[in-house]
Design a protein around this ligand. Sequence first.
Ligand code: TRP
Ligand code: ZN
Length: 890
Amino acid sequence: MTAKLDSSTPAAAPKAIHLSEYEPPAWRIELADLAFDLDLENTEVSSRLHLTAASGKDGETLRLDGEGLELLSIAVDGEVLPTARYRQDDNALTISGLPARCVLETKVRIHPDKNTQLEGLYASRGLLITQCEAEGFRRITYFLDRPDVMAKWRITLRADAERFPVLLANGNPLKSGSLEGGRHYAVWENPHPTPAYLFAIVAGQLATVDKEVVTGEGRKVRLAIWAAPSDIPRCDYALGALERALRWDEERFGRYYDLDVYNLVAAQDFTMGAMENKGLNVFNARYVLADADTATDADYLAIEAVIGHEYFHNWSGNRVTLRDWFQLSLKEGFTVFRDQEFTSDLHSRAVKRIEDVRMLRARQFAEDAGALAHPVRPSSYREINNFYTATVYEKGSEVVRMLHTLLGEATFRRGCDRYFADNDGKAATVEDFIEALSSESKRGLEQFARWYAQAGTPEVSVEDKWDAEKGEYELTISQRIPPTPGQPEKLPVTIPLRIALYGEDGRPIDGALDGDAARLDTGGEAPGQHLYELSSAGHRLRIEGLSSRPLPAFNQGFGAPIKLRYGYTPAELGRLARIEQDSFNRWEALQRLATGILLHQFDDAEAARGALVDAVGDLLDDDTADTAFVAECLELPGFDTLADMADIIDVDALLTDREQLLNELAASHRARLEHRYHTLAATAAGGLTGQAMAARSLRNACLQWISRIDEQGSLAQKQFRSAENMTDRLGALRCLVRYNAPAKAEALEAFRTRYADNDLVTDKWLTLVASRPHDQVVEDVSLLLDSVWWKPTNPNRVRSILGAFARANPTAFHRIDGAGYQLLAEQLPGLDTINSQVAARLLGSFESWRRLAGKRRDLAGEALSSLRGRLTSRECTDLLDRLVTDEQPG
Ligand code: TRP
Ligand code: ZN
């Protein structure tokens, strides 16, 4: 069907391309004038490309990307092109002897209904949808499919008026009307220079909710959410979120929207979260549709965040785009930073930071320590789809956050303004971004830029010395970045490190440590908090005149994405959990206490358990503490985070010790947990306010702890029966399923039937079943794969079953007989032929296999070996090769 699936494609890993080999394009496309005759089975794409040779000379050769296209006709400047003048192969159309300026006309035929890869133009429930990032446009028509070729676009859509009443494309609507034979057309125009990866069209039976707003520059914009007619009642929240995003970007970044319409479509079949196509975002329906009956509070927040993310791309990605795909984090890391700030400004900054760091540690730290580790800006790749990773996105955002920390809000903002102004309408590099920030802040960032080039999570170790006689306290700080594939040795990076010292009175000491690390004053430091810029492998800081040994606190707000090592005693962590003024670090103190216990880092294990029990007790007693924050504190480090901290992953020990510790804590605090659970009931009933969401979050956290020791699961059962929103219903169901309560089967059945016709909610119960921490789930998942619920062409469904199993169920996935690894491995070759991006992500679940203890490492290795020669896509062959090869090029 396509070059990608062609059986002649060798199953060996594809060839690498290198950042150092970048060449500017030999041709520009001034205008891309496209016409689509749309149809599910056969779509014809007529293209008129207005081309200019970069050299200005006649006779240059033009090589256009194209995959799986059936060429119907080709002409240059109105003349049919003789076959001798062009050559077609699996992935290109090469034309020789062209004039320096010309119009190339091609017509190709494609087959959307056969496109299960969901890349290019595909059919989904009667709709026609495109997904072009990163290199999907070449599956639609012949083009220079690279981000530094930016064209203006004119897009004509023609289709049957009944089957495709709505015809959407990038840019502004220009005209529309009817055609013969029950057909109609619409013409769209995108005046902003835009690369092909941001191209989009959507056609079909869609309904809309919309609103007209006026931007701060006075432009009238129609914001519109499009969905299947039956989903329209669940679109209001998305529309509100879109408006909030637009306002926030005006206020915080001074960025204004630049078209007359902003269209956003909900798609049920979508590989990733969402896509920022110019003026026509396409979203995974799970990040659009919400109402109280079907969406959890977490869903609402995720919807707002993803809508913000795609909206913010309009400047960080679209107006300023990428020179090449190596620069991916230039748009993704920056835009994640922007969406994180959006959520922080609108909701609780402390809670958002905790959740983001939890995710970073569980996913990105593991990636950075595993076989797939790569720099934020990789220097080579074989398949770009494999670099939409936690490192490029989340670590990329952390790197931008560090720049924000080093420069301070005001200077950072001026730097961003300059970046947008200098690069508007252009294809930029990481260097352009750094340059803008550097020139506005008048400081060098060369060393800082190593964050983009070196993989691995830096480890910062702190030792201290207290001289009671002199009242002198000294810190020795050193950094080390572990080796990663292709990068055995690292250079020190610039690290912004916040430090506070606490005195006996529990208050931060005013005076600052001084020494050979620069102390910065950005205006963003809290009282008693000092910001240092670490730049070399080792630093020494000292303070004199103290009356007692201070308690140090480091890296407040998690200002740097590092592993900070300091030998806190359990008592010190307990104290920090109470007195630290930075709420992230208070949470962190509890995490450290729990981690230290589980990884046997404390000399006095009993004292450590006692300290944790006391700290949790205090927290539960403190009803003045922020409710949502307390809920975060009750979530102790998960398996992934613990595994990342251990050199060798002893799955059984980590899982059993963790369960035991949590059960013990639950038993110690049962009365307190029940008290908080009941007293918060009224507040929790209050709809979508921050207060009510916080109350639900703490109540459901309490319920989880209680359910561990409540064998009958009666409280969870009661909540399940009386729940009036999805947060409480799903929270209760999770407890019943996870702790195998007697009412489990009945509750699951009730939930299943209630939401039988809602795929997104069906995904939720499937996820619960697939992530239940029990050996037996390997068999449960096998049954699901044989059931009516298994839909391998729907990425959300594949993730809800196999993704949950492989990524959120260490108990079953790492089953000691290897059955979990085998189950996943058996599914991958089939999934690879359906949707290779989804398959590759599942394959990535093996990223830490080399660090598994004992037999599991062998069994995981065998599962991977069994896949050799059975995976065919570029995505999976590249990934498998990286997983099993010891060393690879950096
Ligand atoms: N640019 C999108 C985002 O982060 C990501 C994305 C959506 C994507 N769909 C994709 C990346 C398909 C690769 C392939 O907002
Ligand atoms: Zn993005």
